[in-house]
Write a protein that binds this ligand. Structure first.
Ligand code: PFF
Length: 450
């Protein structure tokens, strides 16, 4: 194995709490708020939840562990990590795929992050305008100049945090922002559950309806597990490369999956009772967040305040995910091309801007311009999430099985663990050898056959 010449200089997360907050910050994103609860609702509520938790345990956990061990063992970010653990081979291409995927996502994620930021301000300053016609307001906002400014502001905020470094930037801000997100979530939850008629929303989310379960539900659960834990993008590899050897990876993995799932559930409980209590139809994605919810908030006293809080929550979720994404290509340029952090950030910013401007325009002047039938925004999103992420995830598992070795990965996982014989360690070998490859092939086949 190649020695890591940067080992002495390489920054490390200062505390277990800080690194867990950074990783949870990445995992908790827009998907937790507007996707998880919706797919849970349409797939039979509580029944789906059980399937999701099984998927997290049997597929999410092993892939998460494999990424954490690749990063920490090598002490390098994505591409260099594969080169270090498998010198003289082509496995580094898996890392290259991850860097490519994360760069694509960086160019359109700020667009949505920008909308959330814009809506915090709109709720505070222009509430009557938003509520007069939420659908028209959203169309105007996302196609106008404000969307540009907001996307640029979101990218700039996250870039400044990443430029602060791993400990004083990413760790410090994640440790501040994630607890803040928790507090906001609890406030929204209390408001939502205290609305008369909230019960219907609760039952949409939680009541088990086995008749709605099908093959599709399992695929939905698998796909969401992967997306929700930010796997297949080199994020966990990169973050783990800044973890010290005495970090308990088992504890870190348990915290990440528990908090990610908990936030998704609580967000569902904060949203759906509000939607149902006020007589709206649940929707998925953009429609739910930017149109249905403002309309629902308009009906409650001090709705502007709850709206501002909700979009602040979304902005924090998006910002901490964006930070983790930025760190992937930046660390790649530092580790593999020897660039300074500032130069690397400049390169990434330039690429993100060139690819990102048409992504903003996809909701305005370029709405009718399509590439392979997709708008530019949807093309980037589909390419990254539907093709590159599952492919990199699958190849990452192959790397563990055929090159790094399941036992070597497990040994790294247990280095620093307080309890050597823990549940995750026991699940790991069979799950990564047998279950995860089958599950990832299913995700790939399913998404590619769409
Ligand atoms: N894990 C995030 C979520 O559940 O919303 C999504 C995400 C984060 C996707 C970071 C992609 C990414 F690079």
């Amino acid at each position: 194995m190649r020695e890591n010449p940067n080992e002495k200089k390489r920054e490390h997360f200062a505390s277990q709490f800080g690194l867990v907050m950074a990783a949870v910050g990445s995992a908790v994103g827009l998907g937790n708020v507007w996707r998880f609860s919706y797919i849970t609702g349409i797939n039979g509520g509580g029944a789906f939840l059980v399937i999701y938790i099984v998927c997290v345990l049997l597929v999410g956990v092993p892939v998460l562990i494999s990424e954490l061990t690749i990063g920490r063992k090598s002490g390098f970010s994505s591409v260099a990590a594969f080169k270090t653990l498998a010198p003289g081979s082509f496995w580094w291409l898996v890392g290259a795929l991850e860097v490519f995927a994360s760069t694509l996502i960086i160019s359109y994620y700020p667009v949505v992050a920008g909308w959330t930021l814009g809506y915090v301000l709109e709720s505070l300053t222009d509430w009557s305008f938003v509520t007069a016609d939420p659908a028209a307001t959203f169309a105007a906002f996302s196609s106008g100049w404000k969307a540009f400014v907001a996307a640029a502001a979101a990218l700039l905020c996250s870039m400044l945090i990443v430029l602060g470094g791993v400990t004083s930037g990413i760790e410090k801000w994640s440790s501040l922002l994630m607890p803040a997100l928790g507090v906001i979530l609890l406030a929204l939850l209390a408001r939502s559950l205290s609305l008369p008629g909230a019960f219907e929303g609760l039952s949409f989310l939680l009541q088990p309806d086995f008749s709605k379960l099908g093959v599709r539900s399992v695929l939905d659960a698998l796909g969401h597990t992967f997306y929700s834990l930010s796997l297949g993008m080199g994020i966990m590899i990169t973050y783990a490369s800044y973890m010290k050897k005495d970090v308990d990876l088992a504890l870190a993995a348990v915290s990440i999956i528990t908090l990610d799932t908990l936030v998704a559930l609580l967000a569902g409980l904060a949203i759906f009772p509000t939607v149902f209590a006020l007589g709206f139809d649940p929707a998925q994605g953009v429609g739910l967040a930017f149109v249905t919810l403002p309309a629902a908030f308009a009906k409650i006293p001090a709705g502007w305040l709850f709206s501002a809080l909700f979009f602040l929550l979304l902005f924090i979720a998006a910002l901490t995910s964006l930070i983790s994404l930025l760190q992937v290509p930046i660390a790649f340029l530092e580790d593999s091309a020897g660039l300074s952090r500032t130069k690397a950030a400049l390169v990434v910013c330039t690429v993100a801007t060139v690819l990102g401007v048409p992504a903003v325009l996809s909701f305005g002047p370029m709405a009718d311009v399509t590439f392979l039938g997709y708008t530019w925004f949807n093309l980037l999103d589909t390419l990254a999430n539907v093709v590159l992420m599952p492919l990199a995830g699958f190849l990452g598992i192959m790397f563990i099985i055929f090159r790094f070795g399941v036992d070597a990965s497990l040994a790294e996982f247990l280095t620093g663990a307080k309890k050597q014989d823990n549940l995750l360690a026991r699940i790991y070998s069979p799950a990564i050898r047998w279950i995860a490859p089958v599950a990832m092939s299913l995700i790939l086949l399913h998404t590619l056959s769409r």
